[in-house]
Design a protein around this ligand. Structure first.
Ligand SMILES: Nc1ncnc2c1ncn2[C@@H]1O[C@H](COP(=O)(O)OP(=O)(O)OP(=O)(O)O)[C@@H](O)[C@H]1O
Length: 393
């Protein structure tokens, strides 16, 4: 798979730009701040419907413009597919696949399989669990686009369940449930007085257990497939200095639970029942995949809080290379993007990385100094600057 052309209208710093890309190596060169990352961010957005740099769409729309458009032509197995996205902050995005509009933007997921490695990825190992969950879920959706719906359903249920718990929590706090003079529903049962109107909580528990189990099963399967690739990629990047381990850390006790959907649904439903009092007490959902994490280790030690800067950087790179290897093993070569990576690496690591990614069906590299990129990866060179991109051969 490769991107043959990218066009942007009012995206980030670009009023209007178009660039023809090649299979194999493409190196985007330009001074700091000229818009190199903006180009690859747009491609990342087509692949995941999110930016690797910001959580909302507003910064992606050129300052002063109302909407941004990303258009790209993707070639896979000799056929070309056009994808177009229109981003309007505060409103639902619109998308076209081929020449036709699609019902939901997420219907374009899977059209572009892409792995992007950028300096922000240091947060994968140093940042909050949310960064690692996003890494997993984005990869899950790239491999199996139907998980976009599972993820959206789960997030909606957690949001609504949290809103219910929060309202009840606040009602209890101001003593509304007591001052109304009504007897708590379970006053005779000896159960704790939970306060507020939680009558629909059981229904939300059922939804949460169902969608949560599906997401959890997907993640567990993914981590089992991915972990050997992470170990291998770290070994290659760091030249054998340290064994990288990865394990899924769930907010439920998964010991003795089979990693299949029905068993996980039962376990999640049970965990919700057990944590009901604590959740009502705190006004938030305490168990489920939205509370989970990936445990990343180097030898016997956790990476977070222990690994050096260089080790953390290599680990983050290994996570992306592992994703790339796994997608390749599925049978479709993804596009690989290395954004501003080589300036961070010493000569040995640069060459090792070049060996690892040299055979990519399409590689996009951004850099401020072309000499930082190993010769083997240079391919076509593009000069980025003045709001434009020019092929320099
Ligand atoms: N919504 C926006 N509207 C207008 N300009 C924007 C917008 N978002 C970002 N920019 C501009 O884009 C530029 C940054 O572009 P980008 O991050 O692609 O730079 P870069 O070439 O990758 O730089 P570096 O080499 O420093 O990483 C900044 O000058 C920033 O002001």
């Amino acid at each position: 798979m490769y991107v043959r052309r990218l066009e942007l209208v009012d995206f980030r710093s670009y009023e209007r730009v178009g660039v023809d890309l090649n299979p194999g190596g493409n190196v985007l060169v330009g001074a700091n701040g000229v818009g190199k990352t903006n180009l690859v961010e747009a491609l990342g957005y087509v692949a995941t419907l999110s930016s690797h740099r910001v959580a909302t769409d507003a910064p992606l729309v050129r300052s002063g413009a109302d909407a941004a458009v990303i258009r790209c032509a993707i070639v896979h197995e000799g056929r070309e597919l056009l994808v177009e996205l229109q981003l309007v902050p505060g409103r639902a995005n619109r998308a076209r696949l081929g020449r036709s509009p699609v019902r939901r933007p997420r219907d374009v997921l899977g059209a572009l399989r892409l792995v992007l490695f950028a300096p922000e990825d240091l947060e994968l190992v140093r940042g909050d669990p949310g960064e690692r969950r996003r890494y997993l879920d984005d990869l899950l959706v790239t491999r199996l686009p139907r998980y976009a719906g599972v993820r959206a359903d789960y997030e909606r249920v957690v949001k609504q369940r949290n809103a219910l718990l929060r309202t009840a929590y606040l009602a209890r706090k101001v003593g509304r449930s007591r001052s109304s003079g009504s007897r708590p529903a379970d006053a005779d049962s000896g159960a704790p007085d939970l306060g507020g109107d939680l009558s629909t909580l059981d229904v939300w528990d059922t939804h949460l257990a169902r969608h949560g189990a599906e997401l959890l099963a997907g993640r567990l399967e993914l981590v089992a497939a991915l972990a050997p690739h992470v170990a291998k990629a770290y070994d290659a990047v760091a030249a054998g200095r340290g064994a990288a381990g990865m394990a899924y850390r769930s907010s439920l006790d998964l010991l003795d639970v089979a990693p299949d959907r029905p068993a996980l649904e039962t376990a999640l439903a049970r965990a919700l029942t057990e944590s009901r009092a604590a959740e009502v007490e705190r006004g938030v959902t305490l168990v489920g995949p939205h509370r989970d994490d990936l445990a990343l280790t180097l030898g016997p030690l956790p990476v977070k809080g222990y690994a050096s800067h260089g080790e953390s950087w290599s680990y983050a790179l290994a996570l992306r290379l592992a994703a790339y290897d796994l997608l390749r093993a599925d049978g479709i070569e993804p596009v690989l993007i290395l954004d501003d990576v080589f300036a961070e690496l010493d000569a040995g690591r640069r060459e090792r990385l070049a060996d690892l990614v040299g055979g990519a069906s399409q590689l996009l590299v951004t850099c401020a100094v072309a000499d930082d990129v190993p010769r083997a990866l240079r391919g076509t060179r593009y000069e980025v600057g003045g709001g434009d991109v020019r092929s320099a051969g």
